[in-house]
Design a protein around this ligand. Structure first.
Ligand SMILES: CCCCCCCCCCCCC[C@@H](O)CC(=O)SCCNC(=O)CCNC(=O)[C@H](O)C(C)(C)COP(=O)(O)OP(=O)(O)OC[C@H]1O[C@@H](n2cnc3c(N)ncnc32)[C@H](O)[C@@H]1OP(=O)(O)O
Length: 195
């Protein structure tokens, strides 16, 4: 028993070892929204924005300020899901730019999301949830009444609000990918059958 670390200790090493790389690359992912908005790539701007902001928020608004989120199972789950997704996605984009689309990579790109999205989203929600109590206890980023501008803001309620936004937004992302899969993988299968 003494040699087995308790769950928070087990997960803390994972975040610590990727923290800097995670912060740099998830922040740079904002460029994906810019590229889509400028028409440099034909990605859906709104869906890309939701995808990127949810992760940027996780990194800077949840994991960075709250140790409890860093050491949560949720953080490890979403880091694992994001990592697998992005290795495949960016490899796919690179090959596409070279006018090559290896079928195995295309299949992974439009299939892995079926399990990785639920894992990633569950991880994100668990990580946000683990930050709610510390945010309330520390009164982090909160503004209490009375104050000169007569306005109150409670970050822990904001965190709960963000969690609730996943209910309408996540299905949009998921079913967008389902439609893409049907169009791209489905198309290839039909074409192959015709040949
Ligand atoms: C405080 C604010 C907080 C707000 C939070 C609100 C709540 C939101 C809830 C959202 C939950 C999301 C959680 C998420 O973070 C969890 C995970 O990601 S878990 C891991 C699983 N994830 C995935 O599998 C991601 C799947 N989604 C995508 O891959 C897409 O990127 C998507 C964001 C849906 C956009 O897809 P879309 O179909 O619009 O575009 P594509 O990216 O497929 O690209 C279209 C074509 O453009 C080419 N392209 C795009 N980018 C590049 C590039 N950088 N370089 C070269 N080419 C590029 C691409 O090849 C496509 O070309 P073609 O059609 O010819 O193949």
């Amino acid at each position: 028993m003494l040699t087995n670390p308790s769950p928070p200790q087990m997960y803390s090493g994972i975040y610590d070892s990727v923290e800097v790389v995670l912060k740099v690359f998830q922040s740079l992912a904002i460029l994906e929204i810019v590229h889509a908005a400028l028409g440099i790539v034909p990605s859906n701007v709104l869906l890309t924005a939701f995808q990127v902001f949810s992760r940027v928020f996780l990194v800077w608004g949840v994991a960075h300020p709250f140790k409890e989120a860093q050491t949560s199972l949720g953080m490890s789950l979403c880091v694992a899901a994001w990592t697998i997704t992005e290795i495949i996605r960016y490899s796919f984009y690179t090959f596409a730019l070279l006018n090559m689309k290896p079928y195995i990579l295309q299949w992974c790109r439009y299939t892995f999301f079926i399990v990785l999205y639920p894992i990633g989203v569950s991880g994100e929600l668990l990580a946000i949830y683990s930050a709610v109590t510390p945010a309330a206890e520390q009164k982090a980023f909160s503004l209490e009444l009375p104050n000169p501008i007569n306005f109150s803001f409670y970050y822990h309620y904001f965190l709960v609000g963000i969690m609730l936004t996943y209910i309408p937004v996540f299905p949009q992302l998921y079913f967008h990918m389902v439609r893409q899969r049907r169009k791209i993988i489905g198309g290839i299968t039909k074409a192959t059958k015709k040949e």
